[in-house]
Design a protein around this ligand. Sequence first.
Ligand SMILES: Cc1cc2nc3c(=O)[nH]c(=O)nc-3n(C[C@H](O)[C@H](O)[C@H](O)COP(=O)(O)OP(=O)(O)OC[C@H]3O[C@@H](n4cnc5c(N)ncnc54)[C@H](O)[C@@H]3O)c2cc1C
Length: 308
Amino acid sequence: MTWKTQLPAVRGKLLFDEPLGPFTWFRVGGPAEVLFLPADPDDLRDFLLALPPEVPVQALGVGSNVIIRDGGVEGVVIRCAGRAFGEVIVDAEKNWVIAGPAALDAQVARAAAKAGLAGLEFFVGIPGTVGGALTMNAGCYGRETKDILVTAWGYDRTGEMRVWDNADFGFTYRHTDVPPNSMFWVQAVFEGTPDDPEAVTARMAEITERREASQPVREKTGGSTFKNPPGHSSWKLVDEAGWRGKPFSASGKEGGGAMFSPLHSNFLINTGDATAADLEGLGDTVRADVLARTGIQLEWEIKRIGRA
Ligand SMILES: Cc1cc2nc3c(=O)[nH]c(=O)nc-3n(C[C@H](O)[C@H](O)[C@H](O)COP(=O)(O)OP(=O)(O)OC[C@H]3O[C@@H](n4cnc5c(N)ncnc54)[C@H](O)[C@@H]3O)c2cc1C
């Protein structure tokens, strides 16, 4: 008998050997041994409480910052989705927007704008969830999740409720000190400052327009591939090394489906038939090339998850 035959009863869904590619922007990768879609936060808690501690657990949002490797993911992947995890509420007295982990960042930005709260506009440009933003300290145009987060709570791997205030996260550029897969978020509180709703909405429209012109937002991609090294832009380093728009295949075959976008050279794209190995292989090849040329080590921003 394996752990898979002894999983706790749930009210949501447990899917076995479920392909994860369709749950990600890149549309690549193998299956989850088990994919758990909890019905609501209590279902999530009860499952974590009862799951044997040796079973690896991996959270997934809308997959806009991950490459799922071709061999799939060991253990249980947990994806919180639907209304029970996606609610967005405004507390007008406190200038707060309170959101579930599956709420899209753009929904949070729009709720803030409607309530006349400034400061959350940048969220409109990030195509991920609140859960992903807390993990990645997502940000753009000089603002980050750390600038607007008050507090967040969720369940740890043992099903115990934990509250993390902003200072506890140890936020730095695209990083937090929360150990990977140690927290499964249930709610986050963001704070804005009062402003005219129309002015906030206009700033959001500017951000959307700017991004559509400069990023391959309709491609199979994962956002910025590499973090910007101090004092450098990753797109420039990739570009100068000649990798913009150059097809790549991990097996060396001509014209593979992985490429750094012709529009934005820090965006890795799947032009059609790439595998996770092609995408990760291209990223690592470019890292080695840039290191050899410049002495600068590019660090992955995209999370690579699972078995090769
Ligand atoms: C076109 C495009 C543009 C982008 N632009 C930006 C940008 O400007 N700035 C920026 O910062 N990012 C950007 N990204 C990257 C991405 O959108 C963000 O990192 C986003 O925060 C990821 O959210 P997600 O829900 O997709 O998380 P996923 O990609 O699914 O997961 C990312 C990480 O978050 C964890 N996670 C997700 N949900 C939960 C949860 N509920 N509980 C615990 N952990 C969780 C996962 O385990 C994983 O480690 C862009 C991506 C794309 C495709």
